[in-house]
Write a protein that binds this ligand. Structure first.
Ligand code: SAM
Length: 334
């Protein structure tokens, strides 16, 4: 497969250029080593970077959907097609660009036809409000918004419209649970339908995992998910972290704050239940190269709370917008 060999630090810039010039081959996975990213490209072209040959894995779903649609969509429409989708159990959530709105039902039917495990296709909305839920539009298949999803050895039941949930964060949840040590007392703030709570409780030897969530629908699913996964070292609470957490009357070894953009408004709550050695996983949205802004916010909150901290690592763990990423800033209380 023809690829362009790009130094890691320039990967994002080159990828955007390739997409803009319609040169990126979206039907194959890219390859990465310690120094370079190899992007599959559609044809030879002049570039300051080397063009090389690599063996790359083919993307099954995308190929099927794109090729199935080549006969049904005009070439100029196909350019706008986004074949990546969120699959939560039997439910697929599709991003339909404005240019393809008139073809959305047709695309959804092809998704059903080409993916035997998908029974419902919905159109993605915008995450809004305190609950971070999205209004979804029914496109094809069975009329339901409830899904049963498996990841990291747990089963999660949830309503994809009434509860925030992202399957794209399953690797991030794995990365976090791998850090949890035997005997830890873990707090998950903003716990939703309890994906972090269940994944940590199921895969680690944590002493206890506590979740706090304000959305009653999400909390109800959290209760079900704790039962479904037969977890007995967990507690989930319904309510605002600001009023619930002080009443728990305990300190934690690890605190997870998966509420990017607004987590800073609740860092004082987390700091009050931290002690020497507590590790905090603080999520934020930032532009590449601007994570120092998040670090500064954290340091200021620690100073205000008269606590000392040390940043352990900053991890990029997702994309929020074209040039905005989800970062996890992990720091320890000293
Ligand atoms: C981005 S979602 C993350 C949910 C879950 N942790 C996950 O990863 O799927 C943030 C969650 O925080 C909840 N939330 C927002 N403000 C809150 C608050 N003050 N107290 C408790 N939960 C809150 C929302 O209802 C939402 O479910």
């Amino acid at each position: 497969m023809l690829c362009i060999k790009v130094p890691l630090r320039e990967a994002e810039k080159v990828k955007n250029e390739l997409i803009k010039k319609d040169l990126l081959d979206k039907d194959h996975y890219l390859k990465k080593d310690k120094e370079f990213v190899y992007f599959p490209v559609k044809k030879r072209f002049k570039s300051e970077y080397k063009l090389v040959h690599k063996i790359l894995k083919k993307k099954k779903t995308r190929t099927n959907l794109r090729s199935a649609l080549t006969k049904k969509l005009r070439k100029k429409d196909l350019v706008f097609l986004r074949t990546s989708m969120d699959v939560i159990g039997n439910v697929a959530i599709l991003e339909i660009p404005k240019e393809l709105e008139k073809k959305e039902k047709l695309i959804a039917k092809e998704v059903l036809r080409t993916n035997k495990n998908i029974r419902t296709v919905l159109k993605k909305g915008k995450h809004e409000g305190v609950f971070r839920t999205q209004k979804l539009k029914y496109l094809a298949g069975e009329k339901t918004t409830e899904a049963v999803y498996k990841e990291n050895n747990v089963i999660l039941r949830l309503d994809v419209e009434k509860v925030y949930f992202s399957p794209r964060l399953s690797n991030e949840r794995k990365r976090v649970y791998k850090q949890v040590r035997k005997g830890e007392d873990v707090l998950v703030m903003f716990s939703g339908c309890a994906p972090y709570v269940c994944v940590i409780a199921k895969n680690t030897e944590a002493k206890h995992v506590t979740g706090v969530e304000i959305n009653p629908e999400a909390h109800n699913y959290a209760l079900q998910n704790v039962l479904l996964n037969k977890l007995n070292n967990t507690s989930v609470f319904l309510g605002d972290v600001r009023s619930i957490i002080p009443k728990l009357n305990k300190k934690f070894d690890r605190i997870i704050m998966p509420l990017p953009r607004s987590a800073i408004h609740y860092l004082d709550v987390a700091l009050k239940v931290s002690r020497k050695g507590t590790v905090i996983h603080f999520y934020d949205f930032q532009k590449e190269g601007e994570t120092n802004k998040s670090v500064e916010k954290i340091k200021k909150a620690c100073r205000d709370a008269k606590k000392k901290c040390r940043v352990l690592r900053v991890v990029k763990c997702g994309q929020a917008a074209p040039r905005e990423f989800r970062f996890c800033i992990e720091f320890m209380i000293l």
